[in-house]
Design a protein around this ligand. Structure first.
Ligand SMILES: C[S@@+](CC[C@H](N)C(=O)[O-])C[C@H]1O[C@@H](n2cnc3c(N)ncnc32)[C@H](O)[C@@H]1O
Length: 261
């Protein structure tokens, strides 16, 4: 963690303070204190609503203080693999699933340069923050729950004819469940690029999130993994590295097994 604040956050009169505790909280239990000079409150790192509502707060906490590198790692490896494959598509049409306030979209535009880029998130605060802070990044941004998409929602997304699906820092915990991920995967075209990251524990034997089984099943006939690396996603609030896996794959076929109702 650093004592300095990034320039953009300095101007908004908020202070943040991480707890001194050395005990290891699970990622979705981590918190910090937020004060605006008048009142102080405890904010969980997974309270995206609050993090997005205050401009630059998410960037300050997750990216500046906790040194999250995932958008550049995931988009960088995707770009490397796309370059290795030569020019195959006449245009890049990407779906950023679990798009949040648009940091990944911004990175995708820098690394790949999408002809069409669409964000989907489950909370309106994410869309509002993306439109407020990165108004030129997305060509469309929908608030949808892809665990149970309506026919109309599916059609709306299919019309974009996506050939890239990217999901960063949004699988597992209480975020995107396996079923929603599979539904998003089934909305993109065969041959598409798929790039996502996931915490190592969700791929371990002991875990019961369903991600390990789903990804292994998908590897049989639905995806071909072309790159798979372990890296430090970010620091925990006590400064220790949190490791994730980045997986870049090509879509072969639709996937029919869904582990949730
Ligand atoms: C840690 S943030 C990551 C945001 C962005 N991808 C990034 O890397 O900066 C997780 C995001 O996933 C979104 N999310 C959680 N559950 C979701 C779901 N079922 N469908 C779509 N988005 C979801 C949250 O609202 C939040 O914006």
């Amino acid at each position: 963690m650093t004592n300095s604040l990034n320039e953009r956050f300095k101007d908004c009169n908020y202070e943040i303070q991480f707890p001194n505790s050395t005990s290891q909280l699970d990622q979705d239990e981590e918190w910090f204190m937020l004060s605006n000079g008048k009142e102080k409150r405890k904010v969980r790192l997974h309270d995206y609503k609050t993090l997005y509502e205050i401009p630059n707060l998410y960037e300050e906490v997750v990216y500046h203080q906790l040194k999250c590198k995932s958008p550049s790692v995931v988009c960088g490896i995707l770009k490397e693999e796309m370059d290795n494959n030569g020019k195959e598509f006449s245009s890049f049409r990407a779906l950023d699933f679990g798009a949040g306030n648009g940091i990944v979209g911004e990175q995708l535009q820098k690394s790949i340069g999408c002809d069409e880029l669409v964000g989907v998130d489950i909370i309106p605060e994410a869309r509002d923050a993306a439109q407020r802070d990165r108004p030129d990044t997305y060509d469309g941004y929908y608030v949808m729950d892809l665990s149970h998409p309506s026919e109309k929602e599916k059609e709306k997304l299919q019309e974009w004819k996506f050939n890239i699906l990217v999901t960063v820092a949004a699988l597992g915990f209480n975020d995107i469940p396996t079923c929603a991920f599979v539904n998003a995967f089934n909305l993109i075209e065969s041959g598409s690029w798929v790039a996502f990251n996931i915490k190592e524990k969700f791929l371990s034997k002991e875990d019961n999130s369903g991600f390990k089984e789903t990804i292994l099943e998908m590897m049989k006939d639905s995806i071909e993994v072309v790159n798979n690396k372990r890296y430090c996603h970010r620091l925990s609030i006590n400064g220790s590295p949190i490791y994730y896996k980045v997986i870049v794959a090509r879509k072969k076929n639709h996937f029919h097994l869904c582990t949730e109702e």
